[in-house]
Design a protein around this ligand. Sequence first.
Ligand SMILES: Nc1ncnc2c1ncn2[C@@H]1O[C@H](COP(=O)(O)OP(=O)(O)O)[C@@H](O)[C@H]1O
Ligand SMILES: N[C@@H](CCOP(=O)(O)O)C(=O)O
Length: 316
Amino acid sequence: MSVFTPLEQHELETFLAPYGLGRLHEFQGIAAGTENSNFFVSLEGGEFVLTLVERGPVDDLPFFIELLDVLHQADLAVPYALRDRDGMALRSLAEKPALLQPRLPGSHVSEPNPHHCAEVGDWLAQLHLATRERVLERPSDRGLAWMLEQGPSLALSLPDEQLPLLRDALAEIQALLPRLQTLPRANLHADLFRDNVLFEGTHLTGVIDFYNACSGPMLYDLAITVNDWCSTPDGPLDPARTQALLGAYSTQRHFTPAEAELWPAMLRIACVRFWLSRLIAAEENAGRTVLIKNPDEFRCLLEARQQADSALPFAL
Ligand SMILES: Nc1ncnc2c1ncn2[C@@H]1O[C@H](COP(=O)(O)OP(=O)(O)O)[C@@H](O)[C@H]1O
Ligand SMILES: N[C@@H](CCOP(=O)(O)O)C(=O)O
């Protein structure tokens, strides 16, 4: 249960009053999620989600609010922050930064088919197109420099047989660094996994959890997304899902030759990012009753990505 800060009805009513959304019918803590305290809030004026920010990049909340405003204005289904009567988006409740957002319909899909993947590719292209002309700058706190810094120390706790895989992947990142930095940029979701997307049937109804959002190469966002949505249980990419996702994306944005060339490497880099972050999380949370995602899943994906099993379609 990830409600770290329980709320009393009366304090919630006081907090909600300045939004002018009518009487509070009911509220309920959301069990899913690991970072923040989230509540479904039912008001006369509709259904909402209240987030109390418990940890993470609190100083960057104005960036997330601005990015979500841009995406909402571009008609993407995202949980933008509602304003109270004084125009305030970021407020405080129980001494935590607090945001009220519309509740998006739909539920998560754990076993996506090509139709789901096409919707995700389409959504991701819209995110990139909506932001690439005026990128809101925020370096990722888990970007290439972070991987090169964390990788060698995390390698110390890996079994010997896993070392060459990580060492070679870090060497590849180091060697490609100058070229990666010249790829076309936009704002990225940077964590577009299945548990951050909502669907009704095969229709995408919302994308949540923008706390990894940043500025960077669009190809990196695509690689993160393809690795999660299109991998088979053994690791290789499923051709039908991969083609559906990349095809839907590329009808909106053509890839450059440099992107096409760097695609297999970018798929590996996106594996390294989550292999390392899961190794850190597993170490930090050992013995605690929180969901620990398996780092080996991304080690296996990285092994499978040694073969270039997908090409970018329609490169210019
Ligand atoms: N705006 C929203 N609309 C609908 N459901 C939401 C919304 N925001 C969060 N949720 C639900 O709450 C859960 C936890 O949200 P998430 O952002 O993943 O939390 P955390 O930041 O703690 O990881 C999600 O899995 C989703 O089911
Ligand atoms: N989706 C990721 C978790 C989010 O990354 P983090 O670096 O913010 O922990 C995963 O499945 O590992």
